[in-house]
Design a protein around this ligand. Structure first.
Ligand code: 13P
Ligand code: ZN
Length: 269
């Protein structure tokens, strides 16, 4: 995608994507082409004036009427986060969802960019449709291979929402404050599959982050930095847990009373 063809506010959105791409790589969560991200940038394209009628329309299995006509930046399939950090334009596509909501076009796909959207596009489209339907501030989706969160999903004791949240939300003060509803847990699904998209969408009804068994996690946020923060806090909680085990003791965890005190802060007490 030629970012030079986009307007300045869209370029600023791309710049934030490259900042987060660098963070994902520095964290060690983006080996090879691991992870993907997308941002609904429709607000930056209101009144855009270029002729996209010649771009082929690729059908979507579902009809996503809440994002009909929307513009979405999405990472290209196989793109490396460490390269996205330096050159977002070559590692992002701009897609336009058809007015009917059941197809999309990849815009700016020219000789310099043969990129196609991420293999996780089914999840990204379904989630953007849900976020638009909700009408809140959330516009960004980040999927990454957060190492310590993945490690926890190899423990059969954590393969459910309750057990996973009981540890992640009680390891330190931040998670309970910033993610009071905790995380969703999704049992193993094949990467890029419709069933991964369906399960993720279901888990996002009550959560901002979903942990994918033996694969990684996906978070939503007002922008890519907020989605990153949410994953970062959870991965830190998992890290403290694993550090305690490595040091030879079982962590005490925040007590019920301590959790209640933090929750009271949320309620302005
Ligand atoms: P893509 O390169 O197709 O986005 O795949 C990366 C990934 O992490 C799939 O789960
Ligand atoms: Zn992945």
């Amino acid at each position: 995608m030629k970012l030079s063809k986009t307007n300045q506010s869209a370029q600023a959105a791309a710049a934030r994507i490259s900042e987060v791409a660098q963070l994902l790589y520095d964290k060690g969560w983006a080996e090879g082409g691991g992870g993907n991200l997308s941002v609904n940038v429709s607000e930056h394209y209101a009144g855009i004036d270029f002729d996209f009628r010649t771009y082929p329309v690729i059908p979507i299995k579902n009809t996503y009427k809440h994002i009909a006509g929307n513009y979405i930046f999405v990472s290209t399939k196989g793109s490396r986060m460490r390269e996205m950090a330096i050159d977002p334009g070559s590692n992002l596509c701009l897609i336009k969802v058809a007015k009917s909501g059941d197809g999309f076009q990849v815009l700016f796909e020219d000789a310099e960019n043969t990129g196609i959207p991420t293999s996780e596009l089914p999840s990204h489209l379904a989630i953007h449709n849900f976020l638009a339907q909700q009408g809140g501030k959330e516009r960004a989706i980040v999927h990454t291979h957060a190492q310590k969160l993945i490690a926890l999903t190899h423990n059969k004791d954590f393969k459910n929402n309750e057990a996973l949240n009981n540890v992640l939300l009680r390891m330190h003060t931040e998670t309970i404050y910033f993610l009071p509803n905790g995380v969703g847990y999704l049992g193993f699904e094949v990467p890029g599959s419709e069933s991964l998209a369906i399960g993720t969408l279901e888990a996002l009804q009550d959560h901002k982050v979903v942990i994918w068994e033996k694969h990684g996690c996906l978070a939503v946020g007002a922008d890519v930095h907020q989605a990153f923060d949410r994953i970062d806090m959870l991965d830190k909680a998992a890290g403290i847990y694993l550090d305690c085990l490595k040091a030879g003791f079982k962590p005490e965890l925040l007590s019920e009373a301590q959790v209640s005190e933090i929750k009271a802060l949320l309620n302005g007490a």
